[in-house]
Design a binder for this molecule. Sequence first.
Ligand code: GCV
Length: 718
Amino acid sequence: MKIHKINLLTLILLLGTIFMAFAEDGSRLWLRYDQIQNQQVLMAYKKQIAAVSFVANSPTQKVAYAELKKGIVGLFGQDAIFSSTSNNTLLIGDSSNKEIKQLIKAGYFKDLGEGFIIKVVIQNQMTKTIIAAANDVGLLYGTFHFLKLLQSQQDVSKLNIVEKPKIKNRILNHWDNLDGTVERGYAGTSIWDWHKLPGYTPTKYTDYARANASIGINGSVLNNVNSNSLSLTKEYLIKTAAIAHVFRPYGIKVYLSARFSAPIEIGGLKTADPLNPEVQQWWKDKVKEVYQYIPDFGGFLVKANSEGQPGPQNYGRNHADGANMLATALKPYNGIVMWRAFVYDDKVPDDRAKQAYNEFKSLDGQFMDNVLVQVKNGAIDFQPREPFHPLFGAMPKTPLMMEFQITQEYLGFSTHLVYLGALFKEVLEEDTYSKGKGSTVSKVITGEIDNHQLTGIAGVANIGSEANWTGHPFAQANWYSFGRLAWNPDLSAEEIASDWIKLTFTNDNVAVNEIKNMMISSREAVVDYMTPLGLHHIMARNHHYGPGPWVKDAGRPDWTSVYYHKADNIGVGFNRTSTGSNALAQYHPEIAKLYEKKETTPLKYLLWFHRVQWNEEIAPNKTLWNAMVEHYYEGVKSVEEMQNKWQKLDGEIDEDRFKEVSQLLAVQHQEAKWWRDACLLYFQSFSKLPLPAGYEKPAHSLEFYEQQRFYFVPGIKN
Ligand code: GCV
């Protein structure tokens, strides 16, 4: 026998390579499939799933099969049996199968749509675990769901699950530019490499599709809403088609942001007037061309007449005229238009919070039936906390699509641990009262309230080229929770967090609870150290990094902070009641009545709707000033608590991610203190009131904070 001699250097290199191969860079997201260590659980699973029967023919069935194999081999270990000859079988299949036929007969498939069934049937000592669906994509979703149950080590011995999505279009919006930068992106550059497309489609595109399909996302708008007409040229359509080809088996459609002035810029027309027959024909021809390259193209997302983007109002037309022109072109192909309600033009209104409602409410009923109006969760702009957008519940004849921001433009970029599941959920649960009590935002967007079949939800993606996709390991949870809530807005933020932790970090119950508590409290923490009590839009100008309550003279009043907080020596806050801008009148009378008075306005929205004097008591024995101080300090304290909780997990979490999160929490702590001190010093310059006894003094003067300048901040064109 020949013995190979390995010298020391080779050994070190070899060990180094092995070590590197196992470095935890977070790239596997929540689809890790590490071998189950709990032997009892593992044995039970192996017994129940001793064999797999899955006839995979179509491309989607094939990717489902590949995922299942990857998952089971990973979770069970290399010795996992993957044949079809055993009594205890995992049976995945369609209606041609005997067992599945029985389920169809029993009515299980009724209205299943993209949903799935997972059912365990025990007959004559044989256990059949059945995953079935009415179509391929349902089968894929069912497969992912089952793998999730195994990964999170749940009891699968008695499953009887029927799941279907409550919202039809579950879409990520990428604000990715063709030059590779990402507007408000904090996780590196764009993952779309337009230069190398269509020839090169890296594995990352497949992994992106897998990750999205695993949480039910079924659409992706590839380019920024501040769009470039070039995206609609033949050259770029061919590139887009290559991405669509990768996504197709995963049930993900591609969409594009369409620039309204494209007929002029790439079509050579003199106008983009939506009522001009030549313009209408141009869009019809363009859409026809798009479908030649991408037969299952989803449709267009449009930002019009907002922040300098062109739109129908440039020609004296309204948003419905613009949307309907595109909808007409898309209709023969079943494409949709997602027309954004985030509008504000050159004319500064008395209150920017009112503008979208003012422009859209009267158009209710005028949009074609393949148009969704896409509304941000709040009326200003993805702030750490906003009351729900008054358009929800106010346009019963129009399907409204929710737009959440997953990327943390106003919530600490990818440096702060902030679990957005809690924010999303808070908005979804708000009651619009549009059809009586219980008409929640969630029910408006699922179509339940106004009987809409066309429904949708969008999340502005936080994905970039960084190895872990989202910059902060915990920012993955925000992508994950968006997908889960898009599928079922009734899930709780807590259960989604638990699932994510189990799939991403650990199945240890104590650790899961600790991390979950951190995540849940993180949302309130960021509100406290940035914008407590209804404060909003007080961040630094333009790049939005750090505090900037002093921002004024920014081109137009509603780009400043002083416009929103209106602090002076008497008090602070925006009066949106009937004695002020009366934005409250845009809400249902039930809410308007309640929020009209300070005493009945929830404290979390106080300064959003009211001007309050510094010395006014807003709670028993608590003045506004003292409450504000308390919140800001509480926010920083919560970050300290998160740091302590995380430190206790040393050894429980792999070293790489443990260290990464520890370091990021330390930065978050610094930045939370920066926000607190800068904001309180600024507001103190008006209130002239001291910090109550016992609070740590700010580290610097107000001037120091005001003079901070930052260069090459991510997320904007520097
Ligand atoms: C894509 C905010 C952001 C902009 C963004 C805009 C929008 O104003 O700061 O970067 O532009 O929202 O949603 O259109």
